[in-house]
Design a protein around this ligand. Structure first.
Ligand code: FEO
Ligand code: CA
Ligand code: CA
Ligand code: CA
Length: 618
């Protein structure tokens, strides 16, 4: 007599112990192979990856990028064994990317090698790569027509409210404000019901510098006033002699007007970017209606015909917010088979309402709309601060500050339970929290938690609870609030994905010693819709239901486990290993690099299969 909204899946593996080796470990009965590591050629323009770091910038533009993160598998013709893998490449490790790290002028300390910087820009972004299962092994299909790189330099389109005022997007490069260049720091991801990929621009402010007077949006979002993350602006030149390829990273006002410099360049960054992987000739589109902040991920809510499509996205920063976008258009199930996918994206993602979350102490919540007519907490409306909706979107968190949104412990990924529609959200940690609130109840939150909510009767109401608190088993009950034990202790939940059967997969990006001394970053599984009390109400992880949260996978030393995709039959899982320390040693992801040996580390996708060919996890 199971209610229809309870998953029929049961975890069929035993929780594994933690591990701290230069290898992955996975539950008994499974194997894991390395696929598409950084530098894998997508076509014959790229030379094979070289162990000494000497591949060129052009090689990199035609090869898999670095530091894999969010990911999704798009089947071709509904196949279980043939499809397109879209992979985010969040950032780079200059020491691994180049033969001897970043080159600098010995006198000035500034970057001075153009080719090196081009290679770094090309190692960022997104890879679309065709893969096929051949004789039991997933392989990259080199030279496939779908294979494509979007880099930190690829020209993209931009749509939504910010484009109502093209003056805000005009640059020396794009005199009419219609083109933006590149996507940067692509961390979490999403996908749409109509078959497109969503890549999220997270810590993009670090790539720009404004040494002059910053506007409110720039200072609120964290544009630096001295330097950029990798020094790409070192080759910018001055107003008289601007190097346009790199000058765009220096958004200081230099020229007579916006057409003569790059003061507006960063206005083209900080968005959810839509990519149609099935159409390699299409341009990526930045969807500004979903807000501008450091987007970690983007997930759509449960679909109902005729009702709006909703997307959830978090701003990964200490004390930042969780947002919801609701489309103006009602969902038409026929759009799932759209062939003009980016036009369908425009239909559901360019017009609608952006909300920010307020978590009340009584377990209710309010979605506060972010538009110029919204009342602020000090009287008046957002129109007092923002002259147009475009200005409001450019400083989305600044608007959220004014309306009483709840500051969270670093919102990372969201996942929506296909059984119940409940939304789960990782709050990875916040060691600077000194004042607790009910949704972020631990001060000095080193270990993070997962909050969840159900939408209410109206678009502005929801109800919430905390599903699980990360903690080391060594902590007292005040900290280990969910009663985790050695076999499921974790900290800093980050990646979070439901599979189609209602199994929730939790990935970690942890730096808390109490857990790292026990295990490297990991992936755990749980079936939340099955955790019920006697009244059939969903319950959280607690002392007496520990066996439901099981450790499935542990990554190699130094890495973060992030990004998860599935073949449609759930017989293959793809998980990403980002910034490993001394891995991979061979194609077998579980083969450890021998003691004393060192390899040039390569982020990679790991293909997980069950040895008997069955579905993963059950
Ligand atoms: Fe790039 Fe918030 O993790
Ligand atoms: Ca990451
Ligand atoms: Ca992350
Ligand atoms: Ca993280």
């Amino acid at each position: 007599d199971n209610p229809s909204n309870v998953s029929s899946a049961s975890l069929g593996f035993e929780s594994i112990a933690g591990s701290r080796t230069d290898a992955i470990t996975v539950a008994a009965g499974y194997s894991a192979m390395v696929l598409a590591p950084w530098g894998t050629p997508l076509n014959s323009t790229a030379a094979d990856w070289r162990q000494d770091g000497t591949n060129t910038a052009e090689d990199q533009a035609n090869s898999v990028g670095m530091h894999h993160d969010g990911m999704h598998f798009f089947p071709l013709n509904g196949s279980e064994t043939d499809g397109l893998l879209c992979i985010n490449h969040e950032y780079i490790d200059q020491n691994a990317l180049h033969p001897n790290g970043a080159t600098r002028d010995s006198a000035t300390g500034l970057r001075n090698d153009i080719e090196e910087i081009r290679k770094e820009i090309n190692a960022h972004g997104v890879t679309v790569v065709r893969i096929q299962l051949i004789n039991g092994q997933w392989e990259v299909v080199k030279n496939d027509v779908h294979n494509k790189r979007f880099t930190g330099a690829t020209e993209m389109a931009i749509s939504g409210p910010v484009t109502d005022n093209r003056d805000l997007l005009k640059t020396k490069y794009s005199q009419d404000g219609t083109a933006v260049r590149g996507t940067l720091n692509n961390c979490g991801n999403g996908y749409t019901p109509w078959g497109t990929y969503l890549t999220c621009e997270e810590n993009w402010p670090g790539y720009f510098v404004n040494t002059g007077t910053q506007d409110a949006a720039q200072s609120r979002l964290g544009i630096d006033d001295e330097d950029t993350r990798y020094g790409w602006d070192d080759l910018a030149g001055d107003a008289a002699e601007m190097n346009d390829e790199f000058a765009r990273f220096d958004i200081t006002v230099k020229g007579a007007d916006a057409l003569s410099d790059y003061r507006n360049e960063a206005n083209g960054h900080g968005y959810i970017v839509e990519i149609d992987p099935y159409n390699p000739n299409s341009k990526a589109v930045k969807r500004t209606a979903l807000g501008r902040f450091r987007h970690e991920g983007c997930v759509f809510g449960k679909l109902t015909a005729g009702e709006p499509v909703v997307f959830y996205s978090g701003h990964d920063g200490r004390f930042e917010y969780i947002y919801k976008f609701e489309s103006a258009a009602g969902w038409d199930p026929a759009d799932a088979n759209s062939t003009d996918r980016l036009a369908t994206g425009a239909k559901y993602m360019d017009e609608g309402t952006l909300y920010v979350a307020k978590f009340n102490d009584d377990g209710t919540g309010t979605w506060i709309p972010l538009n110029r007519s919204t009342a602020t907490t000090t009287g008046g409306t957002l129109a007092d601060t923002f002259a147009t909706e475009a200005d409001l979107i450019l400083n989305t968190p600044g608007a959220a500050d004014l309306v009483g949104a709840t500051p969270m412990d670093r919102p990372e990924w969201c996942a929506v339970d296909p059984m119940t529609g409940s939304a789960y959200f990782t709050l990875t940690n916040n060691t600077r929290r000194q004042e607790a609130n009910s949704a972020n109840p631990r001060i000095d939150n080193s270990f993070g938690h997962i909050i969840r909510w159900d939408e209410g009767a109206s678009a502005t109401e929801f109800s919430w609870d905390i599903f699980v608190f990360g903690a080391p088993v060594s902590a007292d009950a005040e900290t280990n609030k969910s009663g985790l034990n050695e076999m499921n202790q974790f900290a800093s939940p980050d990646g979070l994905v439901f599979d189609s059967r209602g199994i929730l997969w939790v990935q970690t990006d942890n730096g808390a010693d109490e857990v790292t001394e026990y295990t490297n970053d990991q992936m755990l599984a749980v079936v939340p819709s099955k955790l019920r009390d006697s009244g059939n109400k969903q319950v959280a992880i607690s002392g007496d239901n520990q066996d439901n949260l099981r450790r499935f996978f542990v990554g190699p030393n130094g890495c973060e486990v992030t990004g998860l995709a599935f073949s449609p039959d759930n017989k293959t899982f793809f998980a990403n290993i980002q910034h490993p320390g001394n891995w991979p040693f061979s194609a077998d992801a579980a083969e450890a690099t021998p003691a004393g040996a060192s390899v040039r580390p390569r982020a990679a996708t790991v293909v997980i299969r069950k040895n008997d060919g069955g579905e993963i996890g059950v």
